[in-house]
Ligand binder design. Structure first.
Ligand code: FMN
Length: 393
C-alpha cells in the first residue's frame, strides 16, 4: 500500500502524480486543504501518550493511513533548494512512527521503530539541490527502517540550486560587540534544550564583553521582534535542533515568510545540535545551512555542531550542567573570532560514527541507562502505556 501526501494546491499536480507513481494500490491524500500544525517537539507522542500526537488536528487520520502503508511519497514545493515548510511539516509530524528508546541499527544510533519499516520518496516542484534531496530521502527512510524511493522533480525543467558551499564565508572584519540569537526550536522556551545551550553559550559571550539578545521562534508573537533584530544588526546566530534530518518546519516557515534580503552586509552563523551522538547525523543539515545565508543575501559564519542533546530534558540537573558547560568555551571563542570558522569549532562535533567496539560498549553501559531514564520520566509524567505501544495497529 502506498500513501501519497500532497501539499501542493494546484489541481494539475494530481495528473503528474498519477503519471509518476504507478502503484495501483495508492491513496492520494490532499494535505493542502487540511488543518495541520507544525510539530512543537512536546515529546508527548513518545513519553506521555506513546504513539499518539498531542495535537488533535487532521494529521491523526493521515498517521493512521501511514501506519498501514509500506511506501510514503511526499509531494511538495521547494524553497532554499530544499522542501518548503509545508512539506517539511508533514515529515516532522511523523515522529509517532518511532519510539523514544534508542539502539543501534545498521551500524548507526537510531530510535526504535514503533510499527514497521517505511519507504520514503519525494516528488518536488521548484528549484532544488537534487543531490541533497536524494540524501535527505535516504536518511529519513533509514530512520524509519526503510529505503529511499527517490527524489523526483515533477517537471523536467527544474532549475538546480547547488546549495553546497554556496555562501560567501565570513565577510565581516569587525569584532562582534552584539549578537542577535534566534532560538529555532519549536518547543516552548521553558522546556527547550536549545534554550539551555544558548544560555551556556552566552555566558562565554558575556565573559568577553559581547552583549546578546534572544528571540524564540516557538512563540509567533516574537517573530516581528526577531525579524527587526535580524535586519538591524550585523550578526545573527540561529541556534536550532536537528528535526528529521534538517531544519524544523517552523524555522523554515519563519525564514520563508519573514526574512527579506538585508540592505547592508550581514552574517549568519548557526549552532546546530540534536538527539543522536554521531557527527555524521548532522552533515546533511550542515550542507543546507552552508547554502542558506547566500539565499538570504548574507555571508556564512559557520556552523557549530554537537549531538547527544535529547537527554537535556530528561536527565538529572547535574548531568544537564555537564552537557551544556562545553558551550561556554564555544561562546568565548565566538566572541573573539566572530564566527565558527575555526579548528576548535570544527572539532566540537565529536566522532562521525562510533566504531564497532564503541557501539558495543555504548549499548551495554549507556543506552540501557538512558532508555530506563526515558521510562522513568514517562511514569513521572503520568504515562500509563508501555513506551512501545501501537495505538493504531
Ligand atoms: C520532530 C523531531 C525530529 C527530530 N529529528 C531528529 C533527527 O533527525 N536527528 C537527531 O539527532 N535528533 C532529532 N530530534 C531530537 C532533537 O534534535 C533534540 O531532542 C533536541 O535536543 C531538541 O531541542 P529543543 O528542546 O530545543 O527542541 C528530533 C526531535 C523532534 C521533536
Amino acid at each position: 500500500m502506498t500513501i501519497v501526501l500532497n501539499t501542493i494546491e494546484e489541481k494539475s499536480v494530481l495528473e503528474q502524480i498519477s503519471n509518476l507513481i504507478k502503484d495501483d494500490e495508492k491513496e492520494i491524500v490532499n494535505a493542502s486543504d487540511k488543518k495541520i500544525a507544525h510539530c512543537m517537539g512536546c515529546n508527548q507522542c513518545w513519553l506521555k501518550t506513546p504513539g499518539v500526537c498531542a495535537i488533535r488536528d487532521d494529521y491523526e487520520s493521515i498517521l493512521k493511513k501511514i501506519v498501514k502503508a509500506d511506501n510514503l511519497w511526499l509531494v511538495c514545493d521547494t524553497r532554499f533548494g530544499f522542501l518548503d515548510y509545508k512539506g517539511k511539516r508533514m515529515m516532522d509530524r511523523i515522529m509517532p512512527m518511532l519510539n523514544m528508546t534508542i539502539g543501534f541499527r545498521d551500524g548507526w544510533m537510531r530510535h526504535e521503530l514503533r510499527y514497521h519499516a517505511l519507504n520514503i520518496g519525494l516528488l518536488y516542484q521548484g528549484a532544488a539541490d537534487q543531490a541533497m534531496l536524494e540524501d535527505w530521502c535516504k536518511r529519513t527512510a533509514a530512520n524509519i527502517g526503510g529505503h529511499s524511493l527517490g527524489a523526483i522533480p515533477l517537471t523536467e525543467t527544474t532549475e538546480t540550486i547547488p546549495t553546497t558551499l554556496n555562501s560567501k564565508h565570513s565577510t565581516l572584519n569587525t569584532q562582534p560587540t552584539h549578537l542577535v540569537i534566534l532560538n529555532g526550536s519549536p518547543r516552548v522556551q521553558k522546556f527547550s534544550n536549545t534554550n539551555k545551550i544558548i544560555h551556556s553559550f552566552a555566558k562565554g559571550l558575556e565573559e568577553v564583553g559581547v552583549t546578546w539578545e534572544l528571540h524564540n521562534l516557538s512563540n509567533r508573537k516574537e517573530w516581528d521582534a526577531a525579524r527587526e533584530a535580524f535586519i538591524n544588526n550585523e550578526r545573527t546566530l540561529i541556534a536550532l535542533p536537528l528535526y528529521v534530518e534538517c531544519v524544523p518546519s517552523l524555522m523554515l516557515e519563519f525564514l520563508e515568510t519573514q526574512l527579506a534580503e538585508p540592505k547592508q552586509p550581514k552574517e549568519i552563523s548557526f549552532l546546530l545540535h540534536g538527539g543522536m551522538d554521531e557527527g555524521n547525523e548532522f552533515r546533511l543539515c550542515e550542507r543546507f545551512l552552508q547554502g542558506l545565508p547566500e539565499q538570504l543575501g548574507c555571508s556564512y559564519g559557520g556552523t557549530l555542531i554537537h549531538g547527544g542533546s535529547f537527554r537535556i530534558r530528561t536527565a538529572p540537573a547535574d548531568q544537564v550542567e555537564k552537557m551544556v558547560t562545553p558551550y561556554v568555551e564555544m561562546g568565548r571563542l565566538f566572541a573573539q573570532k566572530g564566527n565558527f570558522l575555526t579548528p576548535e569549532a570544527a572539532k566540537f562535533i565529536g566522532m562521525e560514527q562510533y566504531p564497532w567496539l564503541v557501539r558495543k560498549m555504548v549499548s551495554l553501559l549507556f543506552l540501557k541507562k538512558v532508555n530506563g531514564e526515558f521510562e522513568q520520566f514517562a511514569k513521572n509524567w503520568g504515562c500509563t502505556r508501555p513506551l512501545n505501544d501501537q495505538p493504531y495497529k
